[in-house]
Each structure stands twice: as structure tokens, then as C-alpha cells.
Design a protein. Structure first.
Length: 169
């Protein structure tokens, strides 16, 4: 159940910020470029953090960064272009980090024979949650980024209860 929540929030938030990008103040091209660069860095960084700290701490870090970025976008919409780009970088970095982690951590949480089933079940729920992304992105500001941030906080809380490092026979 916890992994379903983590997968769902990762997917919902990832696509929500992508759809919401057109409404973020500042230059759309700069914001999109920063978003893409932060995503690439997050994918690389997530593997190192996961290996160094384990799944639980990596999830806590990723969702924490995502929540902070989302709250900054929601609370300071009139900031300068560079600050908004930095907020987008934080939000997209955090959720891209988490999105990659669900694929890295899931195989370690389930016995090998159940891993593909876990991927399938988590993926189905995540895709249903993702249906809400374009709908939330079109709501009046700051609602989309507040939804993004509160979902990230809910996932952060759920990730505290993840048990990693269990070996199955």
C-alpha cells in the first residue's frame, strides 16, 4: 500500500509540474530548460543517494525537496525570473528524483517472483492518479502547486514507514 502511494504521488506530481509549467511566471523557455536539466541531474543523483543512504532516506530527501520547491512556487509567484527558475529546479529535481527511486526501490522491497506484480499494481494506481494532473494544473493558482506540495508531504510521511533491507529466500 505504501509503494502504491509513493508511485501515485511521484507520477501525479511529475506530470502536474510538467502541465503547470506554462503558468509558471518567467520565461517559458528558461523554465523548461531548467526543468529538463534538473531532471537529468536528478536521475543521476538518485542512484548515488539510494546507494549511499538506502531507499527510505532517499525517498524522504526527494519528497522533501519536491515539497519545498512546490511551496516556493506557490507562495512567491511574483519573484524574479532567476528565483522562479530556481524554484522550478527544486520542484522538478525532487519529484524526478522520487520518480526514479520508485523504480530503483520496488525490486528490493518484494520477493523476486512478486516484483513484476508489484510493478504492475503500483503502475496501474499511479496512472489513475496521473489522470488528475492536467485537471489540477488548470485550477486557479496557487492551488496546483499546493496540491503538488501536500501530495509530496503525504508521500514523505508514507516513506518513513517503508521497511528496506529485508532479504527474502
Amino acid at each position: 500500500m505504501l509503494m502504491i502511494v509513493l508511485w501515485s504521488v511521484s507520477s501525479l506530481d511529475y506530470y502536474l509540474i510538467t502541465f503547470f509549467m506554462k503558468y509558471v511566471p518567467g520565461d517559458l523557455y528558461v523554465n523548461t530548460s531548467v526543468s529538463a536539466i534538473s531532471e537529468i541531474i536528478a536521475y543521476i543523483f538518485s542512484g548515488f543517494v539510494y546507494k549511499a543512504f538506502g531507499g527510505k532516506k532517499a525517498f524522504i530527501i526527494s519528497y522533501g525537496i519536491a515539497a519545498v520547491g512546490g511551496f516556493l512556487i506557490a507562495s512567491m509567484p511574483n519573484s524574479s525570473g532567476y528565483l522562479i527558475a530556481f524554484y522550478v529546479l527544486l520542484a522538478k529535481f525532487g519529484i524526478s528524483f522520487a520518480f526514479n527511486l520508485v523504480y530503483l526501490v520496488t525490486p528490493t522491497l518484494f520477493p523476486t517472483v512478486l516484483t513484476t506484480t508489484a510493478f504492475g499494481i503500483c503502475g496501474i494506481f499511479a496512472r489513475f492518479a496521473t489522470i488528475l494532473s492536467p485537471i489540477l494544473a488548470e485550477l486557479k493558482e496557487p492551488t496546483p502547486m499546493l496540491c503538488y506540495s501536500f501530495a509530496s508531504i503525504a508521500a514523505l510521511i508514507c516513506s518513513i514507514f517503508i521497511v528496506t533491507g529485508v532479504k527474502y529466500k
